[in-house]
Design a protein around this ligand. Structure first.
Ligand SMILES: CC(C)(COP(=O)(O)OP(=O)(O)OC[C@H]1O[C@@H](n2cnc3c(N)ncnc32)[C@H](O)[C@@H]1OP(=O)(O)O)[C@@H](O)C(=O)NCCC(=O)NCCS
Length: 186
């Protein structure tokens, strides 16, 4: 368990066997109808569950439960596969439309970033298809800074799309060699 605040909101580790369907229900419209995700075909629940299982082997995947229902989720993932990138994690968050603007994204990201910090990741990176005022606002509110924009980097829904990258230092910057990132349960 991550936290169980008095307001009845609970942030906890995702359990793929139980939570895959609810997470996919939140995510699927972003595949079908928006450029927030560059994925084009909605995965099956089983495929999505496998994705969650693969993610939690190395990174946190958290869900926010309100009144017994999952209303959002956030997870970390490898930024790039080459070895020297291993201290950098990408972060992703989705909140159900009915629960936006009331602190759900902040709650999920606060817990996620703390978990990434504890595992020894040094940098969190967010890639945001533009425009996305809410996501840029959330990342800024969490201390992320813009680092650049990939222009016309993806084609979706009939147009070229730009992606802005933002990053957050999870640990104080030093020139000392960083300790290896730990697994979620180490
Ligand atoms: C982006 C998203 C996760 C934000 O979640 P949320 O629960 O609505 O955000 P919160 O209410 O926790 O707000 C957190 C901060 O984000 C900022 N923010 C949220 N919505 C915003 C908006 N529409 N415009 C500008 N800033 C906004 C606020 O400044 C807020 O700062 P504060 O906590 O200091 O007040 C949510 O809008 C969402 O799920 N969007 C669709 C999926 C998506 O775009 N995911 C990100 C992929 S890169």
């Amino acid at each position: 368990m991550e936290s169980a605040p008095a307001d009845g909101w609970l942030v906890r580790d995702a359990i793929p066997e139980i939570d895959a369907e609810a997470c996919l229900d939140i995510y699927a419209p972003f595949i079908r109808d928006t450029c927030v995700s560059f994925e084009e075909i909605v995965p099956t629940v089983e495929q999505f569950r496998d994705r969650m299982r693969a993610t939690i082997a190395t990174h946190p995947w958290l869900v926010l439960v309100v009144d017994g229902r999952i209303v959002g989720y956030a997870y970390g993932s490898q930024h790039r596969s080459r070895a020297s990138y291993r201290w950098a994690a990408d972060v992703t968050v989705y909140v159900d439309p009915a629960h936006r603007g009331v602190g759900a994204g902040r709650r999920l990201y606060s817990a996620l970033l703390e978990r990434l910090r504890r595992q020894g990741y040094q940098v969190a990176c967010g890639g945001i298809t533009l425009p996305n005022e809410a996501s840029v606002g959330l990342h800024r509110a969490m201390g992320f800074e813009p680092v650049g924009i990939y222009r016309r980097i993806g084609w979706k829904l009939g147009a070229w799309r730009d992606v802005m990258w933002m990053q957050l230092e999870l640990a104080p910057a030093t020139d000392a060699a960083p300790p290896e990132p730990r697994g979620p349960s180490d």
